[in-house]
Structures are given as C-alpha cells and as structure tokens.
Design a binder for this molecule. Structure first.
Ligand code: TXA
Ligand code: MG
Length: 320
C-alpha cells in the first residue's frame, strides 16, 4: 500500500525526486510524474501496463503555462481554454520538442489539461515542470474516483497518494482536437458537447473504437470490470440458471426480478451529473462482490454528461 496524505509538500518531494504520485482531479485520479523526464514517463507506462502507443495527457496550472509546451494555440482552442480551464477539458495542441516523444507516443500533438482540483492546482503552481498523468488504474480497467481505489490497484506502484476526496465530476475529461483549426471531440467526457457548442458553435464528434486507433484510449473494450457485464437488451433472464447471482447498474429505477441489494442506482433523482459522479464507483462496487457473477446495465438519457456515460457503458459491455 502507498502512503496516503493531504500534504502537497509530500507530493512535491516525491515528484521532484522522480517518483510517481497519484493526484486528485475533478474528473478521476491521475498517476502523475514529471512530464519532461522520459525516465519518469517510462515508469508511468510500466506502472499501468499501458501500451506505448497510447499517449499521456500533460497537466499544467494555466493556459499561459501551457504555451511553454506547444507551438500554437488556435483561436477557438484559446476561447475554449479561457472559458473552461481549469476544468474537465483536454485540448490537443502541436507540441514543442521539450515534451518527450514518449509522452505523445510520437504524435506531433500533446494533450494539455488544466485540472480544477484545488490541491492539484496548488501542487502544479509550485512545481517547475508539468505532470504527465493517465488515469490511475491498470490499463483497461475502470478509472479511480477516490484515493482508496488507487491504493487497491496501484498501491505498490505509486510512491504517494495525494488524497483529495471523491472526484466531483467522476468521468474523464473531454478531449478536443483542432486539426486544421477545426474542433473535433475525440473523447466524450466531463465537459458536455452542449456546453462546448454554446461557446464555439457546432463541433464534430468523432470517437475512435478500433483496436489500435489513433486516439488510443478509445479502445473499444475499455473501462471494463472483471465481472461479465452485459447490456439489458442482450440479457436473456431465461437463459440464466440462477438470477440471484445477477447484479445491475441502472440509472434511476431498479430492474424487476433482480435482488434490490444487488442493484446500484446511479441517480435516484434522474440526474446525469450525479450518475457520472457515481458511475465508476458503481462498477467497482458490483465488480468486487463475490455473490455477483454477471452485471446487467443499461444506457442513461443521452443528454449532457449522459452521452459520456453511455460511451463508457458501450465500451465496458463491448466484446473485446
Ligand atoms: O480526466 C482525464 O483526462 C484524466 C485525468 C487524470 O486528467 N486523465 C485521463 O488520462 O483520462 P488517460 O491516459 O486515461 O486518457 C487519456 C486519453 C487516452 O485515450 C489517449 O489516447 C488520449 O487521451 N490522448 C492523449 N494525448 C493524445 C494525443 N496527442 N492525440 C490523441 N489522443 C491523445
Ligand atoms: Mg484512462
């Protein structure tokens, strides 16, 4: 188990000496290290067992700081950054050579994000390097939204976990690219498409889902618990020998025929933001129960963060 604490000085010491720290953000916890040090970046990939073709996001404290790492910021990107940073938005920008190849898996763009969590903001302001940080989970598994989630799975791999409480958004950042200055959403996330469009007009949404895509974290089967998880539409109750071993992850109402105590309701009031906040905890909770061998789930309303939730549900239930 890693040391857990709330003192950013502890985090700073570890990071300055080339170690790894799990950091809280408003979206999910990140597995952070010095983004400018290729050796540290290598450690991040190893700790997560992440394939080297899947690039990392670089976290910094402000748009002005971000300019140190990129060659240009297109006008619309600047508008988005000014409006939504700090916040659950990652922008892909042309990188400067100071960002190691490894961080971007050799791509000429780097994902930049200014996270909104107070502790991590403070930490980033006090460091003289940015932090590369993927979600702090083993590759392919559900992202962590609490310090304890990190400790359960990567406790041996990180030197320190900065405990910032439960993540308030609960789902990873929205990723926007600006190829030829045209905005394109590559990953649905904690900032809704509607909010983006209110500020810069219509954006294309282009989610990759092949097995080796160019916006890699968009692998089809991702965010998957270890327990079998299937969509309600594909679930045939008659074919299941023992319904008592079935659990459910549902939006606002329990399913009939399944034990109430094996069901995780995302939001009893039907609020997609609350559902996003509870999604990964729900998946983990059901996954960890020994008396559940199949999880049935269903889509939520496809509005606001509901679109990002549905994307995660689609991937979690995809056959590899
Ligand atoms: O909310 C978040 O974004 C969290 C917190 C910790 O900031 N981080 C996160 O990182 O979700 P990760 O590594 O789990 O997902 C990052 C995604 C990956 O799917 C990666 O393929 C994509 O961002 N990505 C990063 N840089 C990219 C680039 N230059 N071009 C295309 N995709 C990129
Ligand atoms: Mg991830």
């Amino acid at each position: 188990m890693a040391k857990v604490g709330q003192d950013i000085n502890d985090a700073k010491e570890v990071l300055k000496s080339g170690g790894l720290v799990a950091i809280p953000t408003e979206t999910v916890y990140g597995l952070a290290g010095n983004a400018l040090d290729a050796n540290v970046v290598t450690k991040i990939f190893e700790a997560k067992q992440r394939p080297s073709f899947d690039p990392l996001i670089v976290h910094t404290s402000s748009l002005d700081k971000a300019r140190e790492f990129v060659t240009e910021v297109p006008e619309l990107a600047e508008i988005l950054a000014s409006r939504f940073w700090p916040g659950p938005l990652t922008i892909l920008l042309k990188r400067k050579p100071i960002i190691p190849d490894l961080v971007t898996s050799g791509l000429d763009t780097v994902g930049i994000r200014v996270p909104a969590h107070e502790l991590t903001q403070k930490l980033l302001k006090e460091l003289d390097f940015p932090l590369a940080a993927p979600s702090a989970n083993p590759f392919g598994y559900v992202s962590p939204t609490a310090a304890a989630h990190v400790n359960q799975q990567l406790g041996k791999e990180v030197d320190f976990i900065l405990d910032g409480g439960d993540c308030t958004v609960g789902i990873e950042s929205t990723i926007v690219s600006f190829e030829e200055s045209r905005p394109k959403v590559l990953r649905l996330g904690g900032l809704s498409v509607e909010e983006i469009e209110q500020v810069i007009g219509p954006v294309e949404v282009n989610l990759h889902s092949s097995s080796k895509p160019d916006a890699p974290g968009m692998l089809k089967s991702h965010y998957a618990p270890k327990t079998e998880i299937i969509l309600l539409d594909d679930f045939n109750a008659q074919s299941v020998e023992d319904l008592s071993s079935v659990g459910a992850l549902v939006f606002d109402r329990p399913l009939d025929n399944i034990d109430a105590n094996k069901q995780f309701l995302l939001s009893e009031t039907g609020d997609v933001n609350e559902a996003a906040r509870r999604l990964f905890t729900g998946l983990r909770t059901l996954d960890q129960r020994n008396d559940i061998s199949t999880i049935v789930t269903n889509f939520v309303p496809n509005i606001g963060l509901g679109r990002a939730i549905n994307d995660r549900i689609r991937r979690a239930t995809a056959k590899a």
